[in-house]
Ligand binder design. Sequence first.
Ligand SMILES: Nc1ncnc2c1ncn2[C@@H]1O[C@H](COP(=O)(O)OP(=O)(O)OP(=O)(O)O)[C@@H](O)[C@H]1O
Length: 523
Amino acid sequence: MAIYLPGTADDQSLALDEMTPREIVTELDKYVVGQKAAKRAVAIALRNRMRRQKLAPDLAEEIMPKNIIMIGPTGVGKTEIARRLAKLTNSPFLKVEASKFTEVGYVGRDVESIVRDLVEIAIDMVREEKLEEVEDKAELAAEDRLLDLLLPPTPAAVTAAAATHEPGSNVIQLPAATPESPSETEEKPGEREQRTREKLRQQFREGKLDERIVEMDVRDRNQPSFEIITNQGTEEMDINLKDMLPGLFGQRTKKRKMKVSEAFEYLVQEEEGRLIDMDQVTRLAVERVEDSGMVFLDEIDKIAGREGGHGPDVSREGVQRDILPIVEGTTVNTKYGMVSTDHILFIAAGAFHVSKPSDLIPELQGRFPIRVELHSLTVEDFVRILTEPKSSLVKQAVALLETEGLKLEFTKEAIAEMAHFAFRVNETTENIGARRLHTILERVLDEISFQAPDLMKTSRGQPTEEGVVAQIAAESGPAASPLPVIERETAGVTEKVIVVDPEYVRQQVASIVKDQDLSRYIL
Ligand SMILES: Nc1ncnc2c1ncn2[C@@H]1O[C@H](COP(=O)(O)OP(=O)(O)OP(=O)(O)O)[C@@H](O)[C@H]1O
């Protein structure tokens, strides 16, 4: 089975089963900095899964999936690698905290919800893909239905050329045709209606009809509904009430007036619903889960250990035993049918500060034969994470401000300064890995996000830069610091650019970093 990468402008669609582990690693490199060993391990696991799927079923059954344990502190890219891999392969992906199954109130069977949730995710994925496939068709059909609504009952008597509209009326009233037009007298029946319709279509496409009101039948959402609560939970109870009580749930409609633009959206949705075969969607979704599903079991170290449970908590060993069948391969009953977990790839992760992988029960250890360590991130890694990945934090910040026509730049030294601050705060408070970069960058951008739009707006008609900066600083109160704005001439045009330099980074962050208590709250 060929799995294709979703094609984007710069990523040509690639058949994933033609990608070598090396190519998979190269692809992951675009998003995750460093952590070579982990990338290599997931690439091999993926390739093995493909190899296994090509074998005769009796032999394939004998081969266990090579599940992985990623060992490493928080925020160093464990989830990111798994999530990117899933994206690359278009696989349904679910992240669960293993420790949640030890909480009060969980029972063994709940572990199966992992598979049920994965199926739901796959259904959403497949439905989205199908929606894209039928989008054009649905829009055309909706457009036709809308035109049916808009055209008056005797279209032969009118022309679209001078369409008028009475507020509140549900159809467009078109003035009577002028009989003296010679071409019209020679027309075959129906031709004029067709022309009127096409003119109206044109007007609709140009958005000229958007504000007009139409009246149409819509599904009545206020149908009687009720909920049945059982102690088994809703997942267990798949009674089809619609089949049992058809009269109650039959498609009741009611008339509603709405704008053309709104009506069009409604009709597109209805047409999409009609064009998509949900039975096929669920079938494909279940297949996709079985063939390429991925489950990321975070905090697996928190359930390692073999002691019995105390108090109301489910024992850690108990949770491992509950998880085992799913990892070993079983079939889970979902409301979409039986789902086999034989080929689902499990990636477990944990810091393993206190426990070790060898503290897991032996059966589970055997199911996770690949172990990889992820390293703590260095200042240099932070610099790269800020700038290199395809949608790095800095690129995101620049793009966000660009939507308002604002130019933002960071000097190399400013990036290094932010990386240093992130590293220092991780050392002095809690090490949350690359997540710290988010909070540092947010702090640095705080004033810019707040003030920059005013600055640009005010400065458009203002002669001096300093005056504007001073004015805004004064208006914003004593805490506001002036923004690092420079003027730059490009191709004869002077534009304003906000340039974040190390001095500005220090100004925004240094005092907070120095105060440990404050950084615990703010960074
Ligand atoms: N090596 C890296 N390259 C690029 N981005 C990274 C890297 N490590 C972490 N990040 C970024 O930091 C954030 C947290 O990373 P991630 O979710 O992978 O953490 P984790 O290692 O799975 O930790 P946890 O077990 O606590 O979830 C993400 O936004 C991610 O993009």
